[in-house]
Design a protein around this ligand. Structure first.
Ligand code: HEM
Length: 380
């Protein structure tokens, strides 16, 4: 379907949905141009949050435009560099082993056991919020996914039901309370930084701290949960890649990059045009919703030879799964590290790990991954 949309579809690689008015961008070239031009293609969707719900994106990094974006990103940049996240390695290994120590009896469900709790623990510890509140984070993540799903229709306003609105309010109260504590008694965690950060000489408002923290909490784990599950699915489907990686763990980064390309956890991202512009041959007026299809750009035959073949030996892999341009995923080094360390341990501990049934896919447009993945192995 993605190939058809790019090549043979009546519309070409850029297409306006006549009904919804949104502009869909399918090619690597055009998606790259959209994401590289934040002046024309804004990430600020905060006006779409209804007035009766706390504005959960008003201060987040992902939805802030330049020039403020760069200053806001600087508040947390050094916490996410490859060098800084490398220091988390022993803790990631420890948490992975502790979680897998609970496995017994030759079968386990991967998401519940590892792919969800590992990244949640890591991001909660970075933020400085107690991991014992994990059931809440899970409930809020579910609400965040629902809100995303309902916002996909291309309307100017997020469609948020009462349950989701309640979750957002609870989350706001929780994170604001933690921020308040860190203002009184700062520690070295990310929440202390956010709570006390100044941009242009003004401290972030409570709402900005809340939405920034919420963004880190969710962007920091839902995606990595998906990446881990997608990697196990890819290994199951591609036995030759599994054999190669089992034999030589230095191939893990190539495997992870190919999984990211082939099964991107985030399949698309939105922008709003600030001025009249063109994308490819299409005139796009100001105020249009533009959807950059990461999942399609990743299969673009102009950039990837045999794009529908899963191939860990690709000479280059310029996938867009972490985005492109100024909003390029700040957590990419952390997500990659968590995936590499966890997979290495999984391969060590389970020499014959295999799928034990059908996975259950998450039904949320914009996200691609499983919510349950039953696995089996032979107990030693
Ligand atoms: C941005 C994907 C892991 C935090 C993004 C974007 C994508 C993405 C596609 C760009 C969105 C856009 O341009 O509209 C992923 C994937 C991950 C992952 C596939 C899987 C491993 C993480 C982690 C964290 C994180 C572990 C944090 C701990 C963020 C933040 C942004 C972002 C804060 C916004 C950056 C900005 O606007 O400057 N991510 N992410 N992500 N990601 Fe990730």
């Amino acid at each position: 379907l993605l190939r058809w949309l790019r090549e043979k579809g009546a519309h070409g690689p850029v297409w306006r949905d006549e009904e919804g008015g949104a502009v869909h961008v399918f090619s690597h070239e055009h998606a790259g141009k959209v994401l590289a031009d934040p002046k024309t293609f804004s990430s600020d969707m905060s006006a779409a949050v209804p007035d009766d719900v706390p504005n959960f994106i008003e201060g987040s990094l992902a939805t802030t435009d330049p020039p403020r974006h760069r200053k806001l990103r600087q508040v947390v940049t050094d916490a996410f560099t490859a060098k800084t996240v490398a220091s988390l390695e022993p803790r990631i290994v420890e948490v992975t082993n502790q979680l897998l120590d609970h496995v017994s009896g030759g079968e386990f469900e991967f998401v519940e056991t590892l792919s969800n709790p590992l990244p949640v623990t890591v991001i909660a510890e970075l933020l400085g919020i107690p991991i014992s509140d994990q059931p809440k984070f899970r409930r809020w993540a579910e609400a965040a996914i629902t809100a995303t799903a309902e916002a996909q229709v291309g309307e100017a306003e997020f469609q948020i039901n009462e349950w989701v609105a309640d979750q957002v309010r609870e989350m706001q109260e929780y994170l604001t309370d933690h921020a308040e504590r860190r203002r009184k008694e700062p520690t070295g965690d990310l929440m202390s930084r956010l709570a006390n950060a100044e941009v242009d000489g003004t401290r972030l408002t409570d709402n900005q701290v809340f939405s920034f923290a919420a963004d880190l909490l969710f962007a920091g784990h839902i995606t990595t949960t998906m990446l881990l599950g997608n990697t196990l699915l890819s290994l199951d489907e591609n036995p030759a890649a599994a054999v190669a990686v089992r034999a030589d763990r230095s191939r893990l980064p190539d495997l992870i990059e190919e999984v990211l390309r082939y099964r991107p956890p985030v399949t698309l991202t939105h922008r709003l045009t600030r001025q009249d512009t063109t994308v490819g041959d299409l005139d796009v007026p100001a105020g249009s919703l533009v959807v950059a299809w990461i999942i399609s750009a990743n299969r673009d035959e102009q950039r990837f030879p045999n794009p529908d073949v899963f191939d860990i030996d690709r000479a280059s892999n310029p996938h867009m799964s972490f985005g492109h341009g100024i909003h390029f995923c700040i957590g990419a080094p952390l997500g990659r590290l968590e995936a590499r360390l966890a997979l290495n341990i999984i391969l060590d501990r389970f020499p014959d790990l295999a799928l034990a049934g059908k996975p259950d896919y998450l039904a949320a447009p914009g996200l691609f991954g499983v919510q349950t993945l039953p696995l089996r192995y032979t107990e030693a």
